[in-house]
Design a binder for this molecule. Structure first.
Ligand code: SF4
Length: 678
């Protein structure tokens, strides 16, 4: 066999890549690429914070491609958002693969892999097994006819699409319609039994991923693969987790289950046609029992399992088990029979597993159980939910214990240290800020009992935060109350928006506050004020970016998802420190658990949550090298409370002022400069 030509090192490959895309060498990018390369070679995990403008995707893609080609291995890249997935697959990876073809000896290939639910299931589409409709939809003729139109459109689309990927369907369809033509992993017949077989879109995507050097996926898939133990990703020894600040929340979502009377009734209807009616009727009775009980239970966290609920859950568990037994083992039946059996079985297993998990939750205290639902407000029936108290143990054992992991984001240090997030990931804390190394000391070891080594690296940001941005804390305002937005806050926003000449992104801690501010401002200022909910969020962001004198107000998804460089965004206003609501069941349970272990529950859980969101929100301001502006936080507690220092240390290092005159004058100057430059 001819000897392989040596592949140049990561630094040389990065230089080639940067030149080919017409960029210049950036110190932070080089530092990050070399650290990722070191992590891949040594197996030591890496958490790397890289500010906007670092070019971090190139910094991890180059060493990843190098490793994949040199070792004939697969590297998995996981993202939290579809926007980043698109950027990687549609822009960065195609350009990079071509640019590095010569040095790598061949053009590397890549694939995107999503959950089975994201792909059109041709078998479901043609077998016509309908989704059980929502109770509400049954009585709404408009919903029924819209559903019919959407399903018809999906049938037409099925003969045009090459990928069956839901994200490529424009405009999209409702969840209800999509459910009619897709299956979950549990509902899938399996490629061996399905008449569509290898022509299935999901199977084709998996096959492509199996051959790829780099597979791009999302945090949920990563969690299902690593933590839930279903092998949905190809074998890989390295995983890069971008937008890692969202990892814990996404993993928690995957590990959250719910149980409602409607779900039990739906499972009963599905299996009723396949088994003895008297057995299915036990499920109907259990569903009615749960519905009655849940109506009387208060919404919120449950610290003890009420005796009546324990009895009902046991009845649900036993009834679903009886139905599963009645369905019997798989038979050589016709395809239609197999499909109906599989759909029924998957619903029954969900109900059964949910009931068992909730019953067990009160013994081992690893899970938190709560009742959710706001029937009075929005007609949502009460539902039982169960989620893990923490996911650090799972991540440590199933992710860090098994493969080399690189975590990256613009926000990984909180209060100036990686330790806060490291603890949530299950990594041992370390004492250094900028470059921290740690060895596992906690009692629960990883799966192979080896210590977990990791390094934290902050490569900084190319932006000059101190001279480009001002942090204004409205120390003179009263602390925010419980009853909506105080009038003094509205006046403050009005003064700031007028000084900025529009150009404002308003990030509010609740939709109610965002709407109240938008309504009030529309009467007071001459600029257009868009508010989240008026249109699809993507459309609103587009309109806001196109009209520099407009404002956009909204809540959580805007805190993290807006990328508007240039003069349309020179002011970010936040109404209050975004602590979790005191009645948030998971946050309050986590806080209680930390306090019971002798720690500071508030600082560890609530302040950390707030710090992450504040840093993300403040990061909306500077998006390109020429951007300048103000981050205004109206909540005076950022300046006056004891935890204020921790929160401020989590924000980019903007120049800070408490003086409203100073900040309004600065905003006016920025506005005038934009106008003069036209
Ligand atoms: S293999 Fe599964 S997902 Fe694919 S067409 Fe068949 S049932 Fe649908």
């Amino acid at each position: 066999m001819p000897a392989k030509t040596a592949i140049p090192d990561t630094r040389a490959l990065l230089a080639t890549a940067v030149t080919s895309v017409g960029g210049a060498e950036r110190q932070g990018q080089v530092e990050m690429a070399e650290a990722v390369d070191h992590s891949i070679r040594t197996g030591e995990h890496l958490a790397v914070q890289a500010g906007t403008g670092t070019g971090k995707s190139l910094a991890y893609l180059v060493p990843s491609l190098r490793h994949a080609v040199a070792e004939e291995a697969t590297v998995v890249i996981s993202t939290a958002t579809i926007a980043l997935q698109r950027q990687l697959v549609d822009r960065d990876l195609p350009r990079l693969s071509k640019a590095l073809k010569k040095e790598l000896g061949r053009e590397p290939n890549f694939a995107i892999l999503k959950g089975r639910r994201n792909y059109l299931c041709m078998h479901r589409l043609h077998s016509g097994a309908p989704e059980e409709p929502d109770d509400g939809a049954l009585f709404d003729p408009f919903a029924v006819s819209r559903l019919g139109r959407e399903v018809k459109r999906l049938h037409e689309w099925s003969s045009e699409t090459e990928t069956g990927d839901r994200d490529e369907l424009v405009p999209g369809v409702t969840e209800q319609a999509w459910k009619q033509v897709s299956v979950t992993a549990r509902e899938c017949l399996g490629v061996a039994k399905c008449p569509i077989g290898v022509d299935c879109f999901a199977e084709r995507a998996r096959a492509e991923a199996g051959k790829a050097d780099v597979v791009v996926t999302n945090h949920a898939m990563l969690a299902i693969d690593a933590i839930e133990g279903f092998q949905v990703l190809p074998e890989h020894d390295v995983v890069v987790i971008d937008e890692a600040h969202d990892l814990v929340d996404r993993v928690t979502s995957v590990a959250t289950e719910e149980l409602s009377a409607a779900a039990i009734a739906s499972a009963a209807r599905r299996c009723g046609r396949l088994i003895d009616q008297s057995v299915a009727d036990r499920m109907v009775e259990a569903s009615e029992g749960l519905a009655m009980l849940l109506e009387d239970l208060p919404v919120g966290r449950m610290d003890e399992l009420p005796r009546a609920l324990a009895g009902t859950l046991a009845a649900v568990r036993d009834a679903s088990h009886a139905c599963i037994s009645s369905l019997g083992p798989e038979r050589k039946e016709d395809v239609e029979g197999a499909t109906n059996r599989k759909l029924a079985l998957s619903l029954l297993e969900e109900v059964h597993d949910g009931a068992v998990r909730i019953l067990d939750a009160f013994d081992d205290e690893r899970d938190v159980v709560w009742v959710s639902g706001d029937f009075a407000d929005r007609g949502r029936a009460p539902t039982l939910r169960v989620a893990p108290l923490g996911v650090g143990g799972l991540l440590r054992e199933k992710l860090f214990g098994k493969r080399t992991t690189v975590l990256t984001s613009a926000t990984l240090t909180l209060g100036g240290t990686f330790d806060t997030l490291a603890r949530q990931w299950g990594l041992p804390a370390s004492s250094q800020n900028r470059r921290a190394e740690g060895t596992a000391t906690e009692k629960e070891p990883p799966s192979d009992s080896a210590p977990i080594r990791w390094t934290g690296l902050d490569v900084g940001s190319p932006f000059q935060h101190g001279s480009s941005g001002i942090l204004y804390v409205a120390r003179h305002l009263p602390p925010p109350g419980r009853d909506g937005l105080p009038p003094s806050y509205v006046d403050e926003i009005e003064g700031l928006v007028n000084a900025a000449g529009g150009r404002t992104l308003g990030l509010f801690s609740s939709m109610r506050a965002a709407k109240a501010a938008a309504e009030a401002l529309r009467d007071k200022v001459e600029y257009t004020v868009f508010c989240q909910g008026d249109d699809a969020t993507g459309q609103l962001v587009k309109k806001f970016a196109e009209d520099p004198r407009s404002c956009l107000f909204g809540t959580l998804s805007l805190w993290q998802g807006v990328d508007v460089p240039g003069p349309s965004l020179q002011l970010v206003v936040m109404d209050r420190i975004p602590f979790p609501r005191p009645d948030d069941p998971l946050a309050s349970a986590r806080q209680k658990a930390v306090s019971e272990r002798g720690g500071n529950g508030f600082l560890t859980v609530a302040a950390t949550h707030a710090a992450l969101l504040l840093a993300q929100g403040a990061g909306r301001l500077l998006r390109s090298m020429n951007d300048k502006g103000v981050v205004a936080i109206l909540d005076p507690r950022l300046a006056t409370a004891r935890y204020g220092g921790f929160l401020r240390a989590s924000l980019p290092p903007y120049w800070t002022t408490y003086d409203p005159e100073v900040v309004r004058a600065a905003l006016k100057r920025l506005d005038a400069a934009v106008e003069a430059g036209k």
